[in-house]
Ligand binder design. Structure first.
Ligand code: AMP
Length: 284
């Protein structure tokens, strides 16, 4: 992979990287399509990274559909697929980790200790191996995208981190490889995350700016679904991911909710239309 990337750089080509854990869906494809508009070659990686799963998480049962994924990537016009084995990425004696402090400890980091350290370590390695001009990430994992952007800035990486919109099912459910875990009944319940965010969006559009009020109505909506158990439902500053009292600058409304045993995340991004405007623009 390094040799191939080196060759592309020598030819002054613009390299795009789309890191994934496989079990590909239209969310991943949207990143690849964007990559193809902006880069050539586009390289997709498939690596179910053991270091970002906690001991009681779903590493062993995470869906692995390599043959199907390879066909999808070929049809999508990806130039190369990088699918290393865990033993290649973490050979015996591996002992160097990348950790973005502060941002990695909140929200997802609090619920999943060590998760972001695993993510930043593997993404750093992928960026180091391929040295892409652009690396594409989904806003579905908003905190992850923010942390990787911070890492790229802090470590003077030459790769630009591009964050792309969330792709959803027609009923609003954000696409996720983990949706495959949902039973038919759970699948019907899962769009409650989207509906809760959509209700928050309506309240914000109607002028509500108090974070506690928004959180209360999010909880009420989510609690009305018997199969849902809320892990967190928060309104945070889009830079620091610290809770806000009032919405007055770019913010995320972030949800992590168990539907049965499956933990789903989703979010709504909002920012003032212009610096002194009270009107908000939503990215959903
Ligand atoms: P994963 O394979 O789950 O690690 O995801 C690989 C990349 O795809 C990450 O940057 C995710 O944020 C992104 N992604 C996952 N689901 C979606 C979605 N529904 N819409 C947009 N991007 C997504």
């Amino acid at each position: 992979m390094k040799e191939q990337a080196r060759q592309a750089r020598a030819e002054n080509r613009i390299i795009g990287l789309v890191p994934t854990m496989g079990a590909l869906h239209r969310g991943h494809l949207s990143l690849i399509e964007r990559g193809r508009r902006e880069c050539s070659p586009v390289i997709a990686s498939i690596f179910v990274n053991p270091k970002q799963f906690g001991p009681n998480e779903d590493f062993s049962k995470y869906p692995r559909t390599f043959d199907r994924d390879s066909k999808i990537l070929e049809q999508a016009g990806v130039d190369s697929v990088f699918a290393p084995e865990p033993s290649e990425i973490y050979p015996n004696g591996f002992s160097t980790y990348v950790q973005v402090e502060g941002l990695s400890e909140r929200l997802e980091g609090r619920s999943r200790p060590g998760h972001f350290r695993g993510v930043t370590t593997v993404v750093m390695k992928l960026l180091q191996i391929i040295q892409p001009n652009f690396a594409y990430f989904g806003r579905k994992d908003a905190q992850q995208a923010r942390i990787i952007t911070q890492m790229a800035r802090d470590l003077n990486l030459d790769s630009e981190i591009v964050v792309s919109p969330i792709v959803r099912e027609p009923d609003g459910l954000a696409l996720s490889s983990r949706n495959a875990y949902l039973s038919a009944e759970e699948r019907k319940a899962a769009p409650v995350l989207y509906r809760a965010l959509d209700a928050a969006k309506s309240e914000l559009a109607a002028g509500v700016r108090d974070a506690l009020q928004l959180q209360t109505s999010l909880r009420r909506k989510l609690d009305s679904e018997p199969l849902a158990r809320v892990d967190y439902a928060e309104v945070v500053d889009a830079e620091t991911f610290e809770p806000v009292m009032r919405v007055s600058k770019p913010c995320y409304v972030l949800l992590a909710v168990f539907i049965g045993k499956t933990r789903l995340i989703d979010n709504l991004y909002l920012e003032p239309k212009s610096p002194d405007s009270d009107e908000l623009v939503f990215h959903f």
